[in-house]
Write a protein that binds this ligand. Sequence first.
Ligand code: ATP
Ligand code: MG
Length: 275
Amino acid sequence: RVNRADFLRALEEVHPAFGVSEEELQSAIQNGIIHYDSVVDELLRSGTLIVEQVRSSKRAPVVNVLLHGPPGSGKTTLAAAIAQASQFPFIKFITPDNMVGMGEQQKISAITKVFADSYKSPLSVVVVDNIERLIDWSPIGARFSKPVLQALLVLIGKRPPKDRRLLVIATTSNRPILMDLGFADFHSVLRVPPVTSLSALEAVIREVDLFPLEEDRRDAVRMLRDAGFDRKSRDDPSSRLQIGIKKLLSILEMARQEPDAVAEQLVTALMELDL
Ligand code: ATP
Ligand code: MG
């Protein structure tokens, strides 16, 4: 006999195959998004517009967008934030982390299954995270998995069945390679930049509460300015600062471990990145 508890457990069990990958969404956005620069809000706003386009457009049953930017700039987190904000009933991640140890054919089956499952829902988001790692791209000898590449190229552009709409959010740290490999026609391409301005750095420092005393924070910012971590515009090439938010957050946490010399630790760590 199947009782209600069994039924609910069965629902739980199918959840990962059809529905929302809560675990991946949570792990991607649990630490929150820091609004350290207007570019963050612009990216989220673009994401919202794209989601609305998918929701309302009759003509474009599949919309694909590429988030690209240097390592650790926040691509996966932003993809997850955009996906979650959509509240679409189907949200799945295709990520290299879930495919460790899989052979080519297994990977292709897993990827194909996510897309096939997405076609069962009227509105879906599939995040194809870190494409270059999914295809095992290796700069040495420019090697990669052709079959996985082929599968992704086909699936990312494929029209879902009638009355189904799909948003594909792909991410990469290596846009030029992707272009070469044939991922040339995304509907939208959004760049996720590293942190490059002192004001953005200051916003992050403030957000993580690195300096309980405002005075200490101001001193630290002055030290950073004196060390040259300042610049005029977002694209000022003279900026010394070029750091993904992910790495920056870990540097701030390391500096925090030296309570007597937080600012010094910070400046030193950032200078070492420069070398
Ligand atoms: P990789 O190149 O290694 O794949 P990534 O570009 O995907 O890295 P994430 O894995 O998303 O970067 O890491 C970004 C980290 O920074 C996360 O821990 C996230 O919580 C944090 N974070 C803080 N603010 C932001 C923001 N505005 N945008 C994105 N991530 C942010
Ligand atoms: Mg990532």
